[in-house]
Design a protein around this ligand. Structure first.
Ligand SMILES: Nc1ncnc2[nH]cnc12
Ligand SMILES: [Zn+2]
Length: 326
């Protein structure tokens, strides 16, 4: 049982955390037919491309600042209820723009949700702005410019999610230069759908502190050694990887092998209801399906806290609390 363990999560997409029941309610409110991507209380997709289409369709059902505030508060409250002390939420201003809400109101709603959850539960949270790769380099650069300009104390990082098979990292490198210059922490989805070359591109061109997934680095021994040497943190999402067919099962999932090779890893839920998972389940998978001890799991939680894109004072407080209780 991992219920008693303190937890941290640094990789979860906000729209990807919307429970189907909430999405259905939103669809009723806006008179939208969801049958193409939601049936019998479950999101419908067959592969990564369809997953991204379903994700964008769900995002289009959150249309007001309040919709986003409620979604964020509900997710963070769920995390707090399972002893999560820190969360980073991945948000995409493009999704706010696309629905006509606008990036400012989108972000304001998410900030309201974070503050409400903090007041009610004490959970600390920060925001990672992401560009969506399949919206193209110009949009990803705009997202970085937006994050840089926002000067919002809750926005502490920049990411790129979306269709990893579209273009090469070089096409998007400028976005990361902008985010780096603005003092944001950098992370990038790589080595999830694409192989080791994608992780190598990310390391060479973005030099991120963290990589979203990165698990397909396991196919290249030298790359695994490079990740260990650099201390790059992999935000691993085992349930997501199995649901999307990146690996056949938890036995063949490389989390333990990466950890054993000295790569810094932590566990995350990615888009929990899309993958029939939750952060609680990811911790259980580590314990039950992968046979990791409480001490090993705590090491990963500590890695997430150490790698958090948060100011030094807050990080020190989180680590102190974690060390006192773990
Ligand atoms: N697992 C994932 N990979 C890439 N982009 C995403 N957006 C939401 N979830 C994602
Ligand atoms: Zn992700």
């Amino acid at each position: 049982m991992t219920q008693h363990l303190l937890k941290a999560e640094i990789h979860c997409h906000i729209e990807g955390a919307a429970p189907p029941s909430v999405t259905e309610k939103q669809a009723r409110k806006y008179g939208v037919d969801t049958s193409a991507f939601l049936q019998d209380g479950a999101y419908q997709w067959r592969d990564f491309s369809e997953f991204l289409v379903a994700y964008d369709a769900v995002a289009a059902l959150f249309r007001t600042e309040e919709d986003y505030a409620l979604l964020t508060e509900a997710y963070l409250s769920e995390l707090a209820a399972i002893n999560t002390i820190y969360s980073e939420i991945i948000v995409s201003p493009d999704h706010g723009d696309r629905i006509g809400l606008g990036a400012d109101a989108y972000l304001a709603g998410i900030c309201d949700g974070i503050l409400a959850a903090k007041e009610k539960t004490g959970i600390e949270a920060r925001i990672i702005v992401t560009g969506e790769r399949h919206f193209g380099p110009e949009r990803v650069i705009s997202a970085a410019e937006y994050a840089a300009r926002a000067k919002n104390p809750l926005v502490t990082g920049f990411n790129m999610a979306g269709e990893e098979r579209m273009g090469r990292v070089a096409d998007y490198a400028r976005a990361f230069d902008i985010a780096r210059d603005a003092g944001l922490g950098l992370t990038i989805h790589a080595g999830e759908v694409c192989g080791p070359f994608s992780v190598t591109d990310a390391l060479d061109l973005v030099k991120p502190a963290r990589i979203g997934h990165g698990v397909r680095a396991i196919e290249d021994e030298a790359l695994v050694a490079r990740l260990a040497e650099l201390g790059t943190v992999l935000e691993v999402c085992p349930g997501s990887n199995i649901a999307l067919g990146v690996f056949a099962d938890f036995d063949s999932h490389p989390l333990k092998r990466l950890k054993a090779a000295g790569v810094k890893v932590c566990i995350n839920s990615d888009d929990p209801p899309f993958f029939a998972t939750s952060l609680a389940r990811e911790y259980e998978i580590a314990a039950q399906a992968m046979g990791m001890s409480d001490a090993e799991i705590n090491q990963m939680t500590r890695t997430a806290l150490e790698a958090a894109f948060v100011d030094d004072g807050t990080k020190a407080g989180l680590l102190q609390r974690f060390d006192a209780q773990s």
